[in-house]
Structure formats: C-alpha cells, structure tokens
Design a protein. Structure first.
Length: 531
C-alpha cells in the first residue's frame, strides 16, 4: 500500500503544480482573475483527480490513526479546492465536451459522497473529538460532513454554471458585434492629425480590451457563482488548518502524530500517508488563492455616485440564468411511442421536471448573490465608516470603458483590472518594438510596389482542374521564393531572402488564421508552413 500512497501523493502534487502554474501565469500577465490555462477540466485531469481521491473512496482499508483520519478529511478539502479552480475552464469548452466532462466529474463526486457517507455511518471516520472550544466538540466526522456538503454544493454550482455558459457566449457575441460597430465608426471619425502608429495603437488597445473582457472564462470568474465557490474554499481551508495545527495541543504533538514512524505503523499506507497529507494540505492553500482573488479583482466596488440599487437586487434573477432551461422546456420531444396517453405523460413529466430545475436554478443564483453581497459589498461599506475612498479614474483611459464586454452592464469593471489589461497591451507592443523583423524590413525597403506578385497570383488564368482551388496568400510567396532560390549565381542572397520570407510568413499565417478557419484553409496553411 506504500506505493499506492506514493501514487496518490504524486497525483495530488501534479494537481497542485497545475494550480500553481495558473497562479504564476496570472501574476505574470497581470490577470488577477487567473484564467485556467494549465489546470482545466478534461479527461486527463479527471483521471489524475480520481487517483488523488483514493482515500475518500477507500472502503476496504482500516485507517484508525490520526494521520489516516486527517488525510482522509484533507482529501475532501483538496477536492473542494480543485473543483473551485476548475470552474472558469468550463466556459472554454464546446457543448459536447462540456457535457462529457461534467458527466465524468459528476460520477466521481457522487461516488465520493456515497463512500464518505458510508464511512461516516459505519464509524470508519472517527467520531471522537479532536478539538474543543468552550465545550463545543469538533471531530473528524463533523469535518467530513461539512466538507462533503461543500463538495455537493460545489457540484451543484458547477452544473448551474454549465447550463448558463451557452447563453453567456451568445450574449457576449451579440455585444461584441455591437461594440465592434462602435469601434469601426470611431475609426472613421478620428481626426486626420492622429498619426498612423497612434491610430494602430488605439485600435489594438480597444480590441485587446474587447477580447480580454469578452472571454467566457473572464465572465465565469466574475459572476456570483464564482464568489460562492471562493467562500467554500475559505471554509474548507479553515477546517483543514484546524486539522493540521490542532495536534500541537495534543499530548504527542504534530511531529509525533504525523511524522513519527512508530505512530504510522498502524496505517496500511505507512509513511506515505504523511506525503499525501502534506501534499494535499499545500494544495488546499495554493488552490484557495485564485478563487479569493476573483472575488475582488474583476468588479468595481467604489462608494461614490456610481453605486446603484442593482447591486442589492439579489432576488432578481436575470433571464440569462434560466434561458437555456426555458428553451429546453419549450422544445418538442421526439416520441418513440404513438400512444397519445404516453405522449402526454412524457410531455407533462418533462415540463414538471424542467420547471423544478428552473426554480432550483433561481434558488442557487439567489443564494450565490446573497453570498456575493455579503462577502464583497458589505465589508467595503463597513470600511467607508472609517476611511474615505477616493476615485482614481483619472489614471485610466476612459475611452476603454466603452469597449468592455460584460453580461451585466450595471456592474462596472474594476479600475485596476481595466488598467492591468491596458498595461498588458503596452507591454506586448513594447516587446514587439524591441523584436522587430529587421531582415524583413530590409527586403521591403528595396521595393516600392509588388506588381510581379499581382501578375503571378492572378485569377484570370483558367484552372486546369474542374474544381476551384482555395486561394491563399502564403502559397504564391512560397512558390516565388522557390523560383528565386533556384536561380543560378544567387547563393549570396538566398540566405537573406529565406530569412525575410520566413519572418513575413509568420504575419501572413496570422492573418489567414483569423480570416479563414475552415478545414480546407487549415490544410493549405499547414502545407505552406511545411515548405
């Protein structure tokens, strides 16, 4: 069993490293809502999480020691943290992938809940108290019940989030098109005195803000459901810390309870149980940072004139929360039976079932909004009695606020988030200026026009094939380069030409990738890149 314990510890360490990598990626790019880049919900992550959750689902091994009990309860806390960190990644999936991954996660979570419930009721998880405050006893079975309840609540929140993702994407797409029209209109109305470079810089900054704030992961991180998951992370973190540090007040102390080999002889996992406990405890601490940061890094909490009553309308459930369920309710059902009575039964059952879930979805959203209100706004109001908060909007380009894409327009984006997005654009522009393609520029400076390319790439010559060929910018460039390389007595210029063409193709492929996404264009682009 020692090797199994090491296997569990390695899987837990991989999950912790992936969450830490997302933290570093967020800090490095000043994205303090920490998008899921390395740790996302997929088949591989579900498999690794399943291995890491071996202790809660283990019904065959007797684990009577303190280290066993602490590790088992700590695994539940670790699972809560993993689920909270996986939430934003749900928004980056298509419908089929999301359904498959959520089914896999539901199977794992339900199995864990059932097995832990069996262990609590059969006494496998110790009911004797290990912590006492003012005659209030706290045992491992209580911690297990709380953590199990939090896991179930997180699963419900993730399912509720999954149902709204399709609607979120549709709303964002609509707002992007409307904002894009505003941007194009602004480009036409710009003053002629503005330099071309400055115009390009403004356009890049505007579309960068639209792209960042219109990201489904960004929207997922800024809704009340994400705040509720952060609160759950804090609760399980506190319970886990109590479990870890309580042994300092026990007769044997934490070192003897968890690290002395004599006290670990009774556990089937031996010394590897300590590896599991330490690794997952570190994972709980690391994984709590991102959910907490999302609560305060996205939305604005100013106490000035920009406050309105919409912040306090917790019992008002917007249409986009239940739109998908309502569409399912109105959609027709394909009946396998021709019996009219059977059809009515199925139709009525579907309506009752979906009506119940619509109501349940509203309850979840309202509860999460209340949690969001308590956690974010109430503390800020309390601070206002002691300090005066001043607005710092002068440091931000007010023009960028027009290009922020949000599901709820009544809630303003945090100033520091908008400023961070703007600064990230400037950093990328400065990097591009430092890494200019000098060889390509030297080639372009030698020519004032490209009539030869136009003549070569003409569409007036009839194709020899019966089907029309897919047009590509890259292939004529590659073909002309091959012809130029084959010219005799030009070896001294070939190397410079190949370098400049290689630099130019990177820009050509970038434009083609944005304009042409169909499969035939992708295959053609890959062919030109391999030349």
């Amino acid at each position: 069993m020692v090797w199994i314990g090491i296997y569990i510890a390695i899987a837990s360490g991989l999950c912790t490293l992936a969450m830490a990598a997302d933290l570093l990626h967020g800090f490095r790019n000043k994205k303090f809502w920490f998008p899921c880049k390395y740790f996302s919900l997929n088949a591989a992550s579900i498999m690794v999480i399943t291995v890491a959750m071996k202790l809660p689902v283990d019904l065959s091994s007797e684990m009577p020691g303190y280290a066993d009990q602490a590790a088992k309860v700590g695994s539940l806390a670790f699972m809560c943290t993993l689920m909270a960190n996986l939430m934003p990644s749900l928004a980056s999936m298509d419908n089929k992938t999301l359904l498959a991954n959520m089914i896999g996660l539901c199977i794992l979570v339900i199995t864990m809940i059932v097995n832990i419930s069996i262990q609590i009721n059969t006494g496998v998880i110790d009911k004797s108290p290990f912590f006492e405050v003012h005659k209030l006893y706290f045992g491992f079975h209580i911690a297990a019940r709380i953590n199990t309840g939090m896991i179930l609540l997180l699963l419900i929140i993730m399912i509720a989030s999954s149902i709204t993702i399709l609607t979120f994407k549709e709303v964002l797409e609509t707002k992007y098109r409307a904002t894009n029209k505003i941007s194009l209109t602004g480009q036409r109305l710009q003053h002629i005195q503005t330099s071309t470079v400055e115009k390009l810089r403004q356009h890049v900054r505007r579309y960068w803000v639209m792209g960042e704030t219109g990201s489904p992961q960004f929207v997922m991180a800024s809704n009340p459901l994400s705040t509720a998951s952060a609160v759950i992370c804090v609760i399980v973190l506190v319970i886990n810390l109590v479990t870890v540090f309580n042994t300092q007040f026990q007769p044997d102390g934490i070192k003897e309870q968890l690290f002395d080999s004599k006290n670990l002889d009774g556990t089937p996992y031996k010394w590897s149980i300590t590896m599991i406990f330490v690794t997952q405890s570190v994972g709980v601490v690391v994984g709590t940072i991102a959910p907490i940061s999302r609560c305060f890094s996205v939305l604005n909490f100013k106490l000035g004139t920009k406050w309105n009553t919409n912040y306090f309308m917790c019992f008002n459930v917007e249409k986009y929360w239940i739109q998908t369920l309502q569409e399912w309710k109105k959609s027709p059902v394909v009946f396998l039976s021709s019996n009219r009575r059977t059809k009515n039964l199925i139709y009525n059952s579907k309506n009752i079932f979906l009506s119940f879930f619509i109501g349940f979805q509203k309850v979840i959203v309202i509860l999460c909004k209340l949690i969001w209100l308590t956690v974010t706004i109430v503390p800020v109001l309390a601070v206002s009695f002691f300090t005066t908060l001043t607005s710092r909007t002068d440091d931000i380009d007010e023009d960028l606020s027009k290009y922020v894409l949000q599901i709820d327009n009544e809630k303003e984006l945090a100033e520091k988030t908008l400023k961070g997005i703007s600064k990230s654009v400037d950093s990328f522009i400065s990097k591009a200026e430092k890494g200019q393609n000098n060889v390509l520029l030297e080639l372009l400076e030698k020519f004032t026009e490209f009539e030869g390319v136009k003549i070569f790439d003409t569409d007036q010559v009839q194709s020899l094939l019966p089907t029309d060929l897919v047009n590509s910018w890259s292939l004529p460039i590659v073909t002309l380069t091959c012809i130029a390389v084959s010219i005799p007595n030009s070896r001294d210029r070939v190397e410079s030409l190949l370098k400049s063409v290689g630099e130019g193709l990177s820009f050509t492929h970038l434009v083609e990738e944005s304009l042409n996404c169909s499969s035939e264009y992708v295959n053609l682009r890959k062919a030109s890149m391999s030349c």
